[in-house]
Design a binder for this molecule. Structure first.
Ligand SMILES: Cc1cc2nc3c(=O)[nH]c(=O)nc-3n(C[C@H](O)[C@H](O)[C@H](O)COP(=O)(O)OP(=O)(O)OC[C@H]3O[C@@H](n4cnc5c(N)ncnc54)[C@H](O)[C@@H]3O)c2cc1C
Length: 305
């Protein structure tokens, strides 16, 4: 039996899916990247535990892909298994002001549902097209709020297929970073939100969304902000004053709407994007003395950034 046969045994639920040689471009907002050796959608904790044990036994690389909205996949693809969490791993349960969410749940859905329930704290998340898992890993945020701010606990699975509940402090939330990527998989979180008026919360959520749509590119494929904001400054501003808006390499272009977004405007390759990233970093360093660090994660390259 090879690893592909062994993987077939993991998918036990009717809603779960397994495909081999799956193009990852269609699972990322960038629309870029080669194939994964396999792609699996799993819907239960027990399937995920079986996958962790499989990983230990066969040592095939595994990467959880949320919505692929902060991900650049290599042109040569990923010689491993891409995993998406669905079903009970994308749950949403509300008990008063305490909300339990699965890592596979979509952030915009969470934001909309909470506004309808009159719970405040995730209004900023309507315009962030990721999953709860991706938002926990990245500590995603906007308008001065970050996802970690409303998280009381995070559940993860370790390499031994054990579920562990971490406190807020143990999750180590920082600006667009957490300590959660050391675990096999983030499975969910408990949030504490603030009860409030449905109309006020909904209006706040819609105002954030409108501002985002007006100031950031939404039509073209991209992966959100390419660079982290340096302390006290904005990467978009630095790229703008370096004269790089509209600069293009291959099919990748610096957005003319917001300099911190790289767009796939014409069948860009991952190599086009990385060449553009390197060019921006060099130009911004020369013109401002500041070294920009990337925010977008990479998959299928030699190093995972
Ligand atoms: C148009 C647009 C606007 C955006 N605006 C914002 C914004 O305002 N603020 C902001 O912070 N971000 C923004 N982003 C970036 C992105 O949406 C966020 O970083 C989001 O949290 C990523 O979630 P995801 O599910 O897509 O993660 P992915 O891109 O799928 O993955 C990101 C990383 O997390 C890992 N990961 C994902 N899920 C899990 C899991 N369950 N367990 C373990 N590892 C996991 C992946 O392996 C990868 O390393 C934007 C992106 C786009 C395309």
């Amino acid at each position: 039996m090879d690893w592909k046969d062994a993987l077939l045994n993991i998918v036990t639920q009717p809603s779960s899916r397994l495909r081999f040689e799956e193009p990852l471009a269609k699972h990322t907002y960038f629309g870029i990247g080669g194939e994964a050796a396999a792609y699996i959608e799993i819907s239960t904790v027990s399937e995920l535990a079986a996958l962790a044990r499989f990983h230990k036994q066969w040592n095939v690389p595994i990467a959880v892909i949320g919505r692929g909205s902060n991900l650049l996949v290599s042109d040569t693809g990923f010689k491993g298994i891409g995993v998406r969490l669905i079903g009970e791993l994308a749950k949403l349960e509300v008990d008063g002001d305490v909300v339990s969410v699965g890592a596979g749940l979509s952030l915009p859905r969470l934001s909309k549902t909470m506004s309808r329930r009159g719970l405040s704290g995730v209004e900023f998340a309507l315009g962030i097209p990721g999953s709860v898992g991706g938002a926990l890993i990245m500590n995603a945020g906007a308008w001065g709020s970050s996802f970690g701010d409303v998280v009381t606990n995070v559940t993860v699975m370790n390499d031994a297929a054990e579920m562990i509940e971490l406190t807020h402090a143990e999750a180590k939330f920082e600006y667009r970073h957490s300590g959660l990527d050391t675990y096999f998989c983030v499975t969910g979180a408990t949030l504490r939100l603030e009860p409030g008026d449905v109309d006020t919360i909904t209006e706040r959520m819609q105002t954030f969304y409108k501002q985002k749509v007006e100031t950031q590119p939404f039509a073209e494929e991209n992966a959100g902000c390419m660079f982290k904001n340096p302390p006290g400054d904005s990467a978009g501003r630095l790229i703008d004053i370096s004269g790089l808006k509209g600069y293009r390499i291959g099919g990748a272009e610096v957005s003319t709407v917001h300099g911190n977004f790289i767009l796939n405007i014409d069948n860009a390759t991952a190599a086009d994007v990385l060449n553009l990233v390197a060019y921006i970093q060099q130009q911004v360093r020369e013109k401002t003395g500041i070294s920009l660090q990337t925010e977008v994660k990479r998959l299928g390259f030699d190093t995972k950034v």
